[in-house]
Design a protein around this ligand. Structure first.
Ligand SMILES: *[C@@H]1O[C@H](CO)[C@@H](O)[C@H](O)[C@H]1NC(C)=O
Ligand SMILES: *[C@@H]1O[C@H](CO)[C@@H](O)[C@H](O)[C@H]1NC(C)=O
Ligand SMILES: *[C@@H]1O[C@H](CO)[C@@H](O)[C@H](O)[C@H]1NC(C)=O
Ligand SMILES: *[C@@H]1O[C@H](CO)[C@@H](O)[C@H](O)[C@H]1NC(C)=O
Length: 388
């Protein structure tokens, strides 16, 4: 009798400690008993969590959010199917090795330490820029941007970007992305999608798919990478935001691409992230998260962004800044008004941004295979020379 009770006591103790160890190691946002867990060859684990249990919905603005499973109307599809020789003409279609059951979505399992690290890194890598304080040291962008026109907003931006694996070490990130932005230095909104190498975050140097959103209001920043904070509502069951992208392009060899676009559903205002040749919808950001992306985006940019907390900025793109072998975007697209695509016939002014260390250019419509395309990148170097 006595030993029986003792045993029960021990079991309870064991359960309590298990729960608490679990609580300490796993991000509580995802720690709820997953329906299924998908493991990848890279050592990542994805938990299939209920649509309404995903971290996105913990945002105070999304308390009674009703998840939309598809846009109210189809974003304009790209039906052109160009063919070319020598290099892959399609985007790669990476997905997890398995799908989550219907009604659940894959969220990468991460420790609470990783979540805190992701938040701290995000504040460092997406600081609240204040142009008057010149805190752009340690950051650089090369690529193309739409020139601001007070009466023009964009309802979508997309393109195919070559997948590269730039050398970036601890303290540095290197990314290639499409951004939708609006606002002033005091208050602004950004959605950014693409790939990045971020060793501090993942503890590996793989090229991973990512998405980020930022809202700065009165100098206070919210937002994060992927699903490290509430905001991005995942709807796809097999494409995860932080997946490694393979194969990687070879300089002067075969090129591989990822095709991404972000389009606004004009009836709900939600910004959908579309992926691959079939434009599968990964999920969306409700427009209530943003002050300056409620009805269209005032500005767009495509290209490479790098940052560093040390005295050296890393490679951008594939490290090359020669026109013919650099990282590049193909089929750059944008939508405004009734819906149009950028193919060389539309009167949108695009500016090329580059600096001493990172170059961009050759931006024009090149026909069916390339669409509107441009190159970007560079080898990096001293922050005082290479920043913005
Ligand atoms: C691709 O190569 C084949 C065989 O060499 C040729 O017949 C075809 O016209 C080429 N296609 C393009 C788009 O260049
Ligand atoms: C990535 O890390 C691996 C293993 O540490 C290393 O062999 C490789 O050179 C690194 N790649 C780059 C681009 O730095
Ligand atoms: C930007 O910096 C200037 C000068 O330090 C300061 O006066 C201003 O309040 C800052 N603005 C924000 C939004 O932080
Ligand atoms: C560009 O797109 C417009 C509208 O879709 C179309 O009318 C035009 O023919 C296209 N131009 C080229 C060069 O493909």
């Amino acid at each position: 009798m006595e030993s029986h009770r003792e045993l029960r006591y021990i079991i309870v103790l064991l359960l309590v400690s298990l729960c608490c160890i679990q609580g300490r190691l796993e991000d509580p946002a995802v720690g709820r008993s997953p329906v299924k867990t998908i493991r990848t060859e890279y050592g990542d684990k994805y938990d299939c969590v209920g649509l309404y249990e995903q971290p996105a919905l913990r945002h105070r603005l999304l308390k009674n959010h009703k998840i939309q499973m598809r846009p109210s109307f189809d974003p304009q599809r790209d039906n052109a199917n160009p063919t070319g020789n020598g290099t892959s003409d399609k985007s790669i279609d990476v997905a997890l090795p398995d799908s989550c059951p219907t009604g659940t979505v894959p969220i990468r399992r991460r420790s609470t330490a990783e979540v805190s690290r992701a938040k701290a890194l995000f504040r460092q890598q997406f600081p609240s820029f204040n142009k008057s304080t010149k805190n752009l040291l340690g950051f650089a962008f090369a690529g193309i941007t739409t020139r601001y026109e007070p009466s023009t907003v964009y309802y979508g931006a997309g393109g195919m970007v070559s997948i590269n694996n730039p050398a970036a070490i601890n303290g540095q990130i290197s990314s290639s992305a499409i951004s939708l932005e609006g606002g002033s230095p005091e208050q602004y909104s950004i959605i950014r999608v693409g790939w990045m190498v971020n060793i501090d975050l993942y503890h590996d140097n793989l090229t991973r798919l990512y998405a980020a959103w930022v809202q700065v209001t009165n100098g206070k920043q919210t937002g994060c990478y992927n699903t490290y904070c509430p905001g991005f509502v995942q709807t796809d069951t097999a494409i995860a935001l932080d997946m490694p992208l393979v194969p990687v392009s070879v300089v002067r060899g075969p090129q591989y691409y990822i095709k991404l676009s972000v389009t606004q559903d004009k009836s709900t205002g939600y910004w959908w992230l579309n992926y691959g040749d079939e434009e599968k919808r990964i999920g969306y950001w409700p427009s209530s998260l943003f002050t300056d992306l409620a009805n269209g985006a005032p500005g767009l940019r495509w290209g490479g962004t790098v940052s560093s907390s040390s005295s050296v900025l890393p490679q951008m793109g594939n490290g090359d800044n020669g026109q013919y072998h650099s990282a590049h975007f193909r089929h750059v697209k944008l939508q405004y008004g009734a819906g149009t695509s950028l193919n060389g016939t539309i009167a949108v002014t695009l500016d090329v941004m580059q600096n001493k260390c990172y170059k961009s250019g050759d931006n024009y419509y090149k026909g069916e295979f390339w669409g509107y395309s441009f190159y970007f990148g560079g080898n990096g170097g001293d922050v005082t020379q290479c920043s913005y």
